[in-house]
Ligand binder design. Structure first.
Ligand SMILES: Cc1cc2nc3c(=O)[nH]c(=O)nc-3n(C[C@H](O)[C@H](O)[C@H](O)COP(=O)(O)O)c2cc1C
Length: 170
C-alpha cells in the first residue's frame, strides 16, 4: 500500500545503483520523505569488475541497447511523484534507467531526478530523460559528486606500486 504523507501526494523512489552511492541517497529519501522504494535491476547484473562494466556500458550505449529488467513497478498509477535516481555513465543515463523509462508510463507524473557522478557532471542525462519520458513533468534535478570507483582503484594501484619493490626486495 503506497505511503500517503500529509498533502495527499504519493511518492515513489525508483533508483539504479551499481556501487552503492545512489542507493544511499535513495534509502534516505525513502526514510525521510517518506516514499516507497523500488530498485531498478537489470535481469543480468553488470560485472563486478569496474573496467568490464565501463566497457559493457559503452557498447550498450552505442547500440542503444535497453537491458531486460528483473522487475517492474506493479502499481505505478498509485504514485503522483517519482524520484528517479541513477549514476552518470559515460556522460549519460545508464541503459537500465532508459529501460525503466521505456517500460513504465510516467505521463502526467512529477519526476524529480537525483543523480550521482564521479566529478564530470550531468552530461546529456537530463535531455535523454526528457526524450525517454516526454509526458512526464520534470522538476529540477539534484546531483552530487560521489566517490568514484576509478579514483579508489587508482589510489590502490599507487599503494601497490609503492609496496611492490619492498615485497620483492626486502
Ligand atoms: C560504467 C560507468 C561509467 C561512468 N561514467 C561516468 C561519467 O561519464 N562521468 C562521471 O562523472 N562519472 C562516471 N562514473 C562514475 C559514477 O557516476 C559514480 O561513481 C556514481 O556515483 C556511481 O553510482 P552508484 O554507486 O550508485 O553506482 C561512471 C561509472 C561507471 C561504473
Amino acid at each position: 500500500q503506497p505511503i500517503r504523507p500529509a498533502g495527499g501526494t504519493r511518492a515513489l523512489v525508483a533508483y539504479f545503483s551499481r556501487s552503492g552511492n545512489t542507493r544511499v541517497i535513495a534509502g534516505q529519501l525513502h526514510r525521510e520523505l517518506p516514499a516507497e522504494l523500488f530498485e531498478i535491476r537489470p535481469a543480468r547484473p553488470y560485472p563486478e569488475d569496474y573496467e568490464q562494466t565501463v566497457a559493457q556500458a559503452s557498447r550498450e550505449r552505442e547500440a542503444g541497447f535497453r537491458p531486460d529488467l528483473s522487475d517492474r513497478v506493479q502499481n505505478l498509477s498509485a504514485y503522483d511523484v517519482v524520484w528517479l535516481g541513477f549514476p552518470i555513465w559515460g556522460q549519460s543515463v545508464p541503459p537500465p534507467v532508459r529501460a525503466f523509462l521505456a517500460a513504465h508510463d510516467l505521463s502526467g507524473k512529477t519526476v524529480r531526478p537525483f543523480v550521482t557522478h564521479g566529478g564530470y557532471g550531468l552530461g546529456d542525462s537530463l535531455s535523454v530523460l526528457r526524450a525517454d519520458a516526454p509526458r512526464a513533468r520534470f522538476e529540477a534535478a539534484v546531483s552530487m559528486e560521489a566517490d568514484q570507483e576509478r579514483r579508489t582503484m587508482n589510489q590502490v594501484r599507487e599503494w601497490l606500486a609503492k609496496a611492490r619493490p619492498r615485497a620483492t626486495n626486502p
